[in-house]
Design a protein around this ligand. Structure first.
Ligand code: 3H9
Length: 698
């Protein structure tokens, strides 16, 4: 990134506008240009005050992430930012768009901050495994107090103009003319030397407020280093000279940029954006989508309807029977009510969403839709019949999609007259909350239809990963291996609680058995029974879950499953553990001790091996696609960057060794992926397959 700083003069005020598309990151060129412009303005006798603003859609969104981890280049941002504060002439910063990280810190060093009404400001470094490195941890507490500063720094959340004004983070919220008002504010300071924030002590916190915030941050850190370090740094603001604390902050920032956690989170940051680059859609044109139809108003259909309503689409929801339609309408209404109660939408937003929603029982009502998604029961014949009927109703250019999780989408496409307009849009439940979507690319789908799917996903604020067709696509296929590996360990001496504890220590929010209890074991049981006849007898299968289901132990809703549940707490169940032990003994396997690291390594190797197969089969285009799916759809810890990144950082030789042991022990389905062998043998890693070109985005 290059970039420049434009200077214009408005009476006695120099307006410095940072210009470095797309997000005005403080690249080396920007740092140098800003430093020069500040020095010149200070030296200019005609100038009494300075305004720093930015061109384009946002103020500075932070340091240039692509520079992190390399040798820092001069001038360093802390020096430029100190120069702002030390300026003999008042400096006003005008925030618009998203003033983040270094962009927020430039503002903190300025003598006044003015903000556009719709702007947001924050220090999101923690989301990259970092902390503010240019005074943010020291100046913010002096402005808003220690607990509020720790909250913002440790969560990385952005605040809007209203909140920023309320907590003292900005001095003024502008009307329609941000820059004009910033200039007027600068003029009003009369060229007088302004007090420096760094010389002001932070306000003393209310009793207990700091301790309460520290406790919250510790509880939410769950394996992440940066939030814990934030506690120490922010605390320094109260008890240490500014310059000394600033040196520690900088040192911490540099250490964190070199940490595995930050490398993983930065990998993920770019991966989340790279998934939009998809091969084969060069020159494709996305169909403009305004009206969306959804067939099936169960949990999934209702959630999808809500997602589209939230993003401004006209939504028509169809159910065959009146009773089912009423139930679906209630589901959507309760989602709307919940959003309103939680303050996410106001009364006008609620009314306006309701007005955009149509509920009907006749498929013909979908005729004007640009996109129709079927979310009916997972039954191939039912879906095929429905898709055929839809095709005869819709305009030829409209896009038809299925939300199936497991069924063969190619077989669905076979029955269609226009398979090129048909694709899979696999939402995750709850669909209006979960960020991830898998866009399933059939053999015959057109580039335009694919581009439409990607564009719609982006508009919904989703992170969409393109996948080929196979049972389970990327996510559920890996999940199946992950779960199977966990169940195998039950036959080898580990208890559900031990496996869950190991995986929670690895960073999953919930272990696999606790998750099954939450989701309900009965659904998986129905599937198991359906597949029983066709299951490959050579495949290793652990039937313990059948024993639980036969007893009605369907999980949390039944009060017991893999665990017992009493008063909302999960506790180990001696009956289940006896069942596990009996079954393990019946297999004739000798129990082996399975320490947490061994459990984690086996599970990771199973996931990575399956990921390598998906890559080899061309189902997943790049390792980064797999990482994004697992992190955003399956709770894989973001700070490990996803399974493929984690494999790279552990070293593929070690992962391969475990995958070989898995293959030897677990047999069919766990054969070592040729790609994993190949990469390890040639000393390469998965990152080497994450080429960014020649991919394009719609
Ligand atoms: C920091 O500031 C540390 C300091 O304390 C100390 C420094 C010494 N750098 O997300 P989008 C690219 S840490 C480089 O699609 P949106 C992005 O990759 C930083 N590149 O747009 C993408 O490229 P491409 C703290 C960046 O409108 C393009 O810009 N700041 C950076 O949906 C558009 O991005 C953050 O953590 C960057 N900082 O969202 C903010 N930011 O088109 C990180 C973006 O080639 N950024 N790019 O794929 C964001 O949260 C969002 O990008 C933002 C815009 C909300 C700004």
């Amino acid at each position: 990134m290059a970039g420049q700083v434009h200077r214009t003069t408005h009476g006695p005020v120099a307006l410095l506008e940072i210009d470095n598309p797309p997000v005005n990151a403080t690249s080396q060129a920007i740092r140098r240009a800003l430093q020069d412009a500040l020095m010149r303005a200070e030296a200019d006798p005609e100038i009494e005050a300075i305004v720093i603003a930015a061109r384009g859609k946002t103020f500075v969104a932070g340091g240039d992430i692509s520079e992190f981890g390399r040798k820092p280049l001069e001038p360093h941002l802390p020096d430029v930012i100190n120069r702002v504060e030390e300026s003999a002439k008042p400096v006003v910063v005008a925030w618009h768009g998203t003033a983040l990280g270094g962009g927020c810190e430039i503002g903190l060093a300025a003598h006044r901050r003015i903000m556009a009404r719709d702007a947001r400001v924050g220090l999101p470094e923690v989301k990259l495994g970092l902390l503010p490195g240019t005074g943010g941890t020291q100046r913010l507490p002096r402005l808003v107090g220690l607990p509020a500063a720790l909250d913002l720094i440790a969560t990385g959340r952005m605040v809007d103009a209203r909140e920023a004004l309320a907590i003292g983070l900005c001095d003024l919220v502008a009307g329609d003319d941000l820059v004009g008002e910033a200039i007027a504010l600068a003029m009003s300071l009369g060229g007088k030397l302004q007090p420096r924030l760094s010389l002001r002590p932070p306000p003393a916190p209310d009793a207990g407020a700091w301790e309460a915030m520290v406790a919250r941050v510790r509880a939410q850190a769950r394996g992440r280093i940066a939030p814990l370090k934030a506690i120490d740094l922010v605390a320094h603001a109260a008890g240490m000279p500014f310059a000394q604390a600033l040196r520690i902050e900088r040192q911490t920032f540099l250490e964190l940029t070199a940490s595995e956690q930050s490398k993983a989170l930065r990998h993920l940051f770019f991966a989340e954006r790279d998934v939009r680059r998809v091969a084969g859609i060069e020159g494709a044109r996305a169909l403009p989508v305004r009206a969306v139809g959804i067939v099936g108003a169960g949990t999934m259909g209702a959630g999808i309807a809500m997602a589209f309503l939230d993003s401004g689409y006209a939504v028509t929801v169809i159910e065959r029977e009146e009773a089912a339609l009423r139930a679906g309408a209630e589901r959507i209404e309760s989602l709307l009510q919940r959003a309103a109660k939680g303050g996410r939408i106001d009364a006008a937003g609620l009314a306006e969403r309701r007005a955009r929603l149509t509920l009907a029982t006749e498929l013909a009502r979908l005729a004007p839709c640009d996109l129709v998604i079927e979310c009916v029961f997972e039954d191939m014949a039912l879906k095929q019949e429905l898709l055929g009927a839809l095709e005869s109703i819709l305009r030829p250019e409209a896009i038809l999609a299925t939300n199936t999780s497991y069924l063969d989408i190619e077989a669905m496409a076979d029955g269609l007259a226009r398979p090129q307009r048909f694709l899979g849009l696999h939402f995750f439940s709850p669909a209006h909350v979960m960020k991830l979507m898998e866009i399933v690319r059939t053999r015959r789908v057109s580039a335009d239809a694919l581009a439409t799917g990607l564009a719609v996903a982006r508009d919904l604020g989703k992170i969409a990963v393109t996948t080929g067709v196979c049972e389970g696509f990327i996510g559920n296929r890996i999940l199946a291996r992950f779960r199977a590996e966990c169940e195998f360990m039950l036959e080898e001496g580990a208890m559900p609680a031990e496996i869950d504890a190991a995986m929670e220590a690895f960073g999953l929010a919930m272990g696999p058995f606790a998750v099954q209890d939450l989701a309900g074991l009965d659904i998986a049981w129905v599937r198991r029974k359906r597949h029983a006849a066709t299951r490959d007898p050579a495949e290793r299968d652990v039937p313990i879950v059948d024993r639980l289901c036969e007893r009605g132990w369907f999980g949390q809703k039944a009060g017991r499953g893999w665990y017992r549940y009493a008063e909302g707490k999960r506790v180990r169940d001696p009956d289940v553990e006896a069942l596990v032990r009996d079954h393990a003994a019946s297999t004739g396997r000798r129990p082996v001790p399975l320490p947490a690291e061994a459990i984690q390594a086996r599970v990771l190797a199973a996931m990575v091996n399956e990921g390598a197969k998906l890559l080899g089969e061309g189902i997943a285009a790049r390792p980064l696609d797999i990482d994004v799916v697992l992190v955003h759809g399956y709770g894989f810890p973001a700070w490990r960057g996803g399974p493929m990144h984690e494999a790279d950082s552990r070293g593929l030789a070690a992962v391969l060794a475990t995958a070989r042991e898995n293959a030897r022990r677990d047999g069919r389905g766990f054969e070592v992926a040729p790609l994993l062998e190949e990469l390890a043998a040639s000393g390469r890693n998965f990152a080497s397959l994450n080429q960014r070109e020649p991919m394009s985005q719609p």
